[in-house]
Design a binder for this molecule. Structure first.
Ligand SMILES: [Zn+2]
Length: 108
C-alpha cells in the first residue's frame, strides 16, 4: 500500500533516498541502517560504519509528505520528518520539523 519510492544506486547496492527540506535521508534497507546527509553532500561517498544509524522500519504517510523511521524494534522511538515538495509548506518553517517522539506504533 506504499507509494513507489525513488531509488538511488551506489555500485551494486540500492539505497532508498528521501529528500527532506534540508537533508537527504539514505536508507540501506538490506543492512537495516540509514544516515542523513546535507543536501549539498554526496550520497555516493563511502562513509564509515559509525555514521550509519540502525533502523527497524520506514513508514510513509499516505495522506501527507511525512515519513516515520522506527529507531527500535517496538517502534516506541520514532523519527519523523517530511518529504520536500514543490511548493513546500515545510520550507517556510524556521527549522526542519524533525523530532524524536514516543508514540503508539503505526499498525501496532
Ligand atoms: Zn521543503
Amino acid at each position: 500500500m506504499s507509494r513507489a519510492q525513488p531509488k538511488g544506486t551506489t555500485g551494486a547496492v540500492a539505497y532508498e533516498v528521501i529528500e527532506s527540506c534540508h537533508s537527504r535521508w539514505v536508507f540501506d534497507s538490506h543492512r537495516g541502517r540509514f544516515r542523513r546527509v546535507p543536501l549539498a553532500g554526496d550520497v555516493d561517498l563511502p562513509v564509515p560504519d559509525e555514521e550509519w544509524t540502525d533502523y527497524f522500519g520506514l513508514e510513509h504517510s499516505l495522506d501527507s509528505d511525512g515519513f516515520v523511521v522506527k529507531l527500535n524494534e517496538s517502534g516506541s522511538r520514532l523519527l519523523r520528518s517530511f518529504r520536500h515538495s514543490e511548493p513546500c509548506p515545510h520550507c517556510a518553517e524556521d527549522a526542519e520539523a524533525t523530532t524524536e517522539v514516543a508514540v503508539t506504533p503505526i499498525g501496532g
